[in-house]
Each structure stands twice: as structure tokens, then as C-alpha cells.
Design a protein around this ligand. Structure first.
Ligand code: HEM
Ligand code: HEM
Length: 170
């Protein structure tokens, strides 16, 4: 299988599952006042930055960012595809790209506001921002998982498997 036939390359997959695990830990498990919370937050931001740099440079095919810039025409066409039970073989679904960019931005803002809570005097507004973003992130993760499961059912392809083994949908 050539790299362009591969659906998700190892960088995308490792970053995805590491980010997912760490975000869940920061959202639900550890003490937000502790240093583990701070460092996990920085690692998440670094991984997202790595993903974006990778997506603008060496990534091939559907892993490259140019392959999933949100476009209105793509989104409309994709909604029509899902209604007919079809799904593109490679790449992100054009509707999902909106959610992906929103999650990346939200993760950066979470880290930035978290950092500001410790190292600036703007505690009050940043605390509110950090909490609002954390709740928004919880909602987005929930919607993301529901969307992946729902689309998988609708188009009768398991979308989670390619994010684990990298192979195209079968
Ligand atoms: C905190 C938890 C999570 C976050 C922040 C998250 C975030 C993301 C992001 C940013 C992407 C785009 C990947 C990229 O191009 O680099 C993505 C894709 C994906 N995620 Fe997650 N994810 C989370 C949890 C999960 C879970 C639990 C599942 C499995 C049920 C999952 C399944 C997938 C799949 C299948 C894709 C590819 C979707 C497609 O085919 O277009 N994610 N996720
Ligand atoms: C993936 C990134 C992050 C996530 C998902 C996250 C999530 C959360 C959540 C869920 C809370 C509890 C909010 C509440 O009280 O309802 C919280 C609080 C907090 N976080 Fe984060 N956080 C992240 C990154 C960071 C970073 C990088 C720092 C510091 C450098 C930080 C510092 C704090 C602090 C100080 C609080 C306590 C705020 C308070 O006084 O209530 N966070 N965070």
C-alpha cells in the first residue's frame, strides 16, 4: 500500500489517540490545580502544533491540511453523500473538518488561558474563559464521538478502525 492509499499516517494516529487520552484526563480525572494538569495541557498543545506542522509539510494525501480545508461546497456535497449512504474513501469528511478545526483552536485557547491563570494577573476573566472552554470541549468531544458512531452506522463503514490501523475503509 503506498502512502497516498493509506488513510491515516502514523503521526496523525499517534497524535490523535495521545491528544484524546490527555484531554480526557485533564477534563475528568486529575486535579486542575496540580502540576500534572499544567504539563498535560502543554503536551496537548505541543502535539496539536506538531500535527499542524506535519499537516503543512511532509504529510501526504488525506493527512495533508490542504486536503481538508473547510469549504462550503464540499460540506453541501458531503451532506448529500451521507443522505445517500455514501462516504469518501480517503480523508476527513468535509463536515467533520469544521469540528476538527474548532477542537484544535479550543485546545490552544484552553492551554493559553490555563497558562495565563498561573502566570498573569488576569485571573478572573481567564478563569471564566478556561471554564467555558473546558465545558465547550466536553460538549465537542461528546458530539465528535456521537458523530463518528452515527456516520459509521449510516454508511456501514467503521470509521474508528482506520484511525487505529491506518488502512482505508473497507
Ligand atoms: C478528547 C477526545 C478526542 C479528541 C479531542 C478528538 C479529536 C479529534 C481530531 C482533532 C481529529 C482530526 C484528526 C487529524 O486529522 O489529525 C479526530 C478524528 C477522529 N477521531 Fe477523534 N478525538 C477524541 C476522541 C475520539 C474517540 C474516543 C474516538 C472513537 C470513538 C475518536 C474517533 C475519531 C475518528 C474515527 C476520527 C477520524 C474521522 C474521519 O474519518 O474523518 N475520537 N478526532
Ligand atoms: C487540554 C488542556 C486543558 C483542559 C482540557 C483543561 C480543563 C480544565 C477543567 C475541566 C478545569 C475545571 C474547570 C471547572 O472548575 O469547572 C480546569 C481548571 C483549571 N485549569 Fe485547566 N485545562 C487544560 C489546560 C490547562 C493548562 C495548560 C493550565 C495551566 C498552565 C491549566 C490550569 C488550570 C487551573 C489553574 C484551573 C483551576 C481554575 C479554577 O480556579 O477553577 N489548565 N481546567
Amino acid at each position: 500500500m503506498t502512502e497516498t492509499r493509506r488513510r491515516w499516517d502514523p503521526v496523525v494516529r499517534i497524535v490523535h489517540w495521545s491528544v484524546a487520552a490527555m484531554v480526557l484526563v485533564n477534563l475528568f480525572v486529575n486535579d486542575p490545580e496540580g502540576s500534572a494538569h499544567e504539563w498535560i495541557g502543554y503536551i496537548v498543545a505541543s502535539l496539536v502544533a506538531l500535527r499542524l506542522l506535519w499537516g503543512m509539510s511532509f504529510a501526504r494525501g488525506p493527512n495533508h491540511l490542504r486536503d481538508f480545508l473547510p469549504r462550503r461546497s464540499g460540506i453541501a456535497a458531503h451532506i448529500a453523500e451521507i443522505k445517500q449512504g455514501q462516504y469518501p474513501q480517503l480523508g476527513h469528511n468535509p463536515l467533520g473538518t469544521l469540528a476538527i478545526y474548532t477542537m484544535w483552536i479550543c485546545l490552544f485557547l484552553l492551554t493559553f488561558s490555563g497558562w495565563g491563570l498561573y502566570y498573569t494577573d488576569w485571573d478572573e476573566p481567564l478563569e471564566v474563559l478556561h471554564e467555558v472552554l473546558a465545558h465547550a470541549m466536553q460538549l465537542m468531544v461528546l458530539l465528535h464521538i456521537i458523530a463518528v458512531l452515527w456516520v459509521s452506522r449510516k454508511v456501514r463503514h467503521n470509521l474508528i478502525k482506520p484511525m487505529i490501523d491506518g488502512k482505508p475503509l473497507n
